[in-house]
Ligand binder design. Structure first.
Ligand code: NAP
Length: 510
C-alpha cells in the first residue's frame, strides 16, 4: 500500500494530523496536555472515550467512592487546590478538580469527548501513528497513551453469569437507575471499591451478602473535614499547603522499607490493623473470617472505619464460600447453597496486566502490543516499548503504587516523555524507539528487586502478579528514585532516526 501523506489542517480547529495524540483525559492525559500547552507545544489533541474528563474519577461513581490518598498530595503539583473540603475527597470533588484544572489551563477545548480510540497502527513509511477513532481517522507523530491501568472492569469467569434475571453491574459502571432500597443484594469482592461501597449498600438493602475470597487488611481511616480556617490559610499561605503535601508524601514513603526490603517492618502496621478488628468486630466467628492470613501490604492496605461495622449489621452475611455458578435467581456457592438475590454488584476489579489498549495498538511489522507482551507487560521506565516507536505509555508496567500518590509518578513520567519530544526536535528525529537491550536490562533490574518485596513474598494472590507469575505492576522502590530516574530523557537507551528513513545506518544517534 502506498504511504499516504498525513493531512495537515492549518486552521487549528479540527486538525486530522497532530504532532501529539493523547489517549485518555485522567490525571495522565490532562497532565500531559497541560504541560505541553505550558511549553507552547499546542499541536496536540486528547481523545477521551467518556462524555467528560476525569478518567477513573469520572467513571467510578459508586456510593462512597473516595480517594484513599490525601488530596493535598493526590493532585497536580502545579495546580494545588486550597479548597479541598476534606482530607480524603470524595469522587465528585476529584472529578470537578480535574475538569476545573483542564479549563483553567486552557486545554479543555482540545479534548475530543465521546471519542474512543479503537485502533492505533504505526505507519513505518510515513513514520506516523494512524488512529481510528469514533470521530474517524487521525494521524499523530507521537502517541502518549494514558488509558489508566484500572479502567476496564473485570468480571470473574463464573458459569451462568449472563443468565442472571435480576440486575447486575460493576462498581466502575454503577447503575444509578437501580434503586437498592429493600432489595436482596450480593456484592462480590472485598477490595478497595467494595469496602467503600458496602457500608452504603448495607443501609439501603433489605439483605446484603458480601462474598469474600480473601479478606483485606483494613486500618483506621484518618479522613476529616478541612475547616474553613485551614482553607483560608492555604489560600493565603500556599507554602503551608506545600508543607502539608510534603508531609503526606514523606509519611507514606515510610512504608517503602517494609514493602520493598523487609516486610517484617510492617508488623507495626499489622498490629494496628489487628487492633482495628478487635475494636470493631465483637463476633468471634466474624473476626476469624475477616482476619487475613498473609502479610500486610501484600495487597493494598485499605483504610475504613465503616467496613467492619457494616459487616457486623444484622442484615449482612459475609459469605466465604467460593461462587461456583450464577443462576437466574441468584448465585450458588461451593457448598451447594443457592443464595437468592435481586441484585449482584461486581466489585471484582479491572484488567490490569492485560489492558485492552494493548489489543488495538500495532507497532512495527504489524505486531500487536498484546502479542508482544503475552499478558506479561514490560516497558522501559514503564513508558517505552521496543517495536513501538513514538509511543509512550503513562502508568505503564511497574509504575503502579500501593502506598503513595500515583499522580507523583505520572508527573515524573510526563517530564520524561516531554524530554523525549525535545530530543526528537533537537536532533531532527522522526522516530524515537527504545533499544531492546535497554528494555531487557531495565526489566531484569526491576525483577531482581521483586523477590524480597511483600507483594511477591507476602503469601497472597493479587493482581499485581501477572499471568506469567511476574510482578509487572508495582514500582519496587522509593518513589523519589523513580522521579530521579525520570528527571531527564536518556537518549543512549534509544534509537533516534530521521523521519521516513527506515535504514538503521541512517540513525542519527544511538
Ligand atoms: P480489586 O482490588 O482488584 O478487588 C477485587 C476484589 O474482587 C477482590 O477482593 C477479589 O478477591 C475479588 N474477586 C475477584 N474475583 C472473584 C471471584 N471470582 N469471587 C470472589 N471474589 C472475587 O478491585 P477494586 O476494589 O476495584 O480496586 C482496584 C484498585 O483500584 C485498588 O487496588 C486501587 O488501586 C484502586 N482503587 C482506589 C481507590 C482509592 O480510594 N484511591 C478506590 C477504589 C479502587 P481476591 O482478593 O481474592 O483476589
Amino acid at each position: 500500500m502506498a504511504p499516504s501523506t498525513p493531512q495537515r489542517n492549518g486552521n487549528g480547529t479540527d486538525p486530522r494530523h497532530v504532532r501529539v495524540g493523547i489517549i485518555g483525559s485522567g490525571f495522565g492525559g490532562l497532565g500531559t496536555a497541560i504541560r505541553l500547552e505550558q511549553q507552547g507545544d499546542t499541536d496536540f489533541l486528547v481523545f477521551e472515550r467518556a462524555a467528560d474528563v476525569g478518567g477513573t474519577w469520572w467513571a467510578n461513581t459508586y456510593p462512597g467512592c473516595q480517594c484513599d490518598i490525601p488530596s493535598h498530595h493526590y493532585s497536580f503539583s502545579f495546580a494545588p487546590n486550597p479548597n479541598w473540603s476534606r482530607t480524603y475527597p470524595k469522587q465528585p470533588e476529584l472529578r470537578d478538580y480535574l475538569r476545573a484544572t483542564a479549563e483553567r489551563f486552557g486545554v479543555y477545548d482540545r479534548i475530543r469527548l465521546n471519542c474512543e480510540v479503537t485502533g492505533a497502527t504505526f505507519d513505518e513509511d510515513a513514520s506516523v501513528w494512524r488512529l481510528e477513532t469514533a470521530e474517524g481517522p487521525y494521524t499523530a507523530d507521537v502517541v502518549i497513551a494514558a488509558p489508566g491501568p484500572l479502567s476496564e472492569p473485570s468480571y470473574p469467569d463464573v458459569p451462568g453469569l449472563d443468565s442472571f434475571a435480576g440486575t447486575m453491574f460493576h462498581t466502575a459502571r454503577w447503575n444509578h437507575d437501580h434503586d437498592l432500597t429493600g432489595k436482596r443484594v450480593a456484592v462480590i469482592g472485598t477490595g478497595a471499591s467494595a469496602i467503600q461501597a458496602v457500608p452504603h449498600i448495607q443501609q439501603a438493602a433489605a439483605h446484603l451478602d458480601v462474598v469474600q475470597r480473601t479478606p483485606p487488611w483494613v486500618v483506621p481511616h484518618r479522613d476529616r473535614p478541612i475547616s474553613r480556617a485551614e482553607r483560608f490559610l492555604y489560600r493565603r499561605i500556599p507554602a503551608l499547603q506545600r508543607l502539608v503535601r510534603a508531609g503526606v508524601y514523606f509519611s507514606r514513603e515510610l512504608l517503602v522499607p517494609g514493602l520493598v526490603y523487609r516486610p517484617q517492618l510492617l508488623k507495626v502496621v499489622e498490629k494496628l490493623a489487628r487492633k482495628h478488628i478487635a475494636d470493631q468486630v465483637p463476633d468471634p466467628e466474624l473476626r476469624r473470617k475477616v482476619t487475613p492470613d498473609y502479610a500486610i501490604g501484600c495487597k493494598r492496605i485499605l483504610p475504613s472505619n465503616q467496613w467492619y461495622p457494616a459487616l457486623s449489621r444484622p442484615n449482612v452475611d459475609l459469605v466465604t464460600e467460593a461462587i461456583t455458578e450464577v443462576r437466574p435467581n441468584g448465585y450458588v456457592t461451593a457448598d451447594g447453597t443457592l443464595h437468592e438475590v435481586d441484585t449482584i454488584v461486581w466489585a471484582t476489579g479491572f484488567y490490569v496486566t492485560d489492558i485492552p489498549l494493548a489489543n488495538i495498538v500495532t507497532g512495527r511489522e504489524g505486531k500487536r502490543l498484546a502479542d508482544v507482551w503475552h499478558r506479561s507487560p514490560q516497558a522501559y521506565r514503564g513508558t517505552a516499548m521496543a517495536g513501538f516507536p513514538n509511543l509512550f505509555l503513562l502508568v505503564g508496567p511497574n509504575v503502579g503504587l500501593g502506598h503513595n500518590s500515583i499522580v507523583f509518578m505520572i508527573e515524573a513520567q510526563i517530564t520524561y516523555v516531554l524530554g523525549a519530544l525535545k530530543q526528537m526536535r533537537r536532533r531532527g528525529a522522526g522516530t524515537v524507539e527504545v533499544r531492546p537491550d535497554a528494555l531487557a536490562a531495565y526489566n531484569e533490574r526491576l525483577q531482581a528487586k521483586m523477590g524480597k518485596t511483600v507483594w511477591n513474598s507476602g503469601g497472597c494472590a493479587s493482581w499485581y502478579i501477572d499471568a506469567q507469575g511476574k510482578n509487572t505492576t508495582i514500582w519496587p522502590d522509593f518513589t523519589f528514585r523513580f522521579w530521579q530516574e525520570n528527571r531527564e530523557f536518556d537518549p543512549a537507551a534509544y534509537v533516534l532516526a530521521p523521519a521516513r528513513l527506515p535504514d538503521p545506518a541512517a540513525a542519527v544517534a544511538s
